[in-house]
Design a protein around this ligand. Sequence first.
Ligand code: ZN
Length: 287
Amino acid sequence: MRRRTGPSSVPPVRGRAWDRGWVGRGIGRQARAGWLAEGSAALSDLVLPVRCGGCEAPGSPWCQQCQAVLAAAPAPQRWEPTPAPPGLPPVWTVLPYAGPVRSALVNWKDNGRRDLAAALAPVLAEVLLSGLLSCDQRPPTHVTPAASASGTTLVVPAPSGRANTRRRGDHPLAGLSRAALRQIPPRSRPSLVPALRLARTVADQAGLDSGNRALNLAGAMTVTAGHARRIPGMTCLLVDDVITTGATIAEGARALRVAGAGHVVAVTLAATQRHAHPPLSFPREPG
Ligand SMILES: [Zn+2]
């Protein structure tokens, strides 16, 4: 897989094709390459100011300081909220849900900044690989054989509610998972299967405590009829962007097991500190 790359890997928010287009007709090449290009770039920044998705600094969609936060993240690690909900599978994560990471995830998911997936995908790929490797280390008595073979493992994004999908117009977690999988060599690359859906309406989890989050989601997820045949006996890497109390992941794992999954491991980009098991190596959240 590719290592995490710098801000240059983030595609520009808006194109500059018109910098080179009809605006410059009738004016010498030199002028186009010089003050006019600079002027039009400045003008486009006035119209659509580019701000960093992590810290709001002007000038680039993902700044070097925020990239440094991603680059300085520790290796992916096992994570468990306290208390852990019943049925929570092993969870692998890498970033504290705080500061620019939190801003980037909110902007990516809820504020239309899908371009930030380019910065987040390499990090998610690392966590996916850790999840895959952990499956390989299971004793050979498990239902499924080693998970490194692409045919035995599925990546299943946590579902979005219908209202969220309607509002956002897409399923950002599936898009991010797809981008992360592209960074894994094809020989070990699991298939992306958006097999989970919410079978009923659930309340927004934000603001609910651990017990009420679990109640809110209990029995809420199911495997879609179209994907039901793909699950039995498979190792499923359940992907979510953030783990808070673990209620979403526990419910997703339950639905996958009901559908016959042989083994479930969860993978998230970030973990909240509030519900954290203390000794892990993330910096503590202020306050
Ligand atoms: Zn930044």
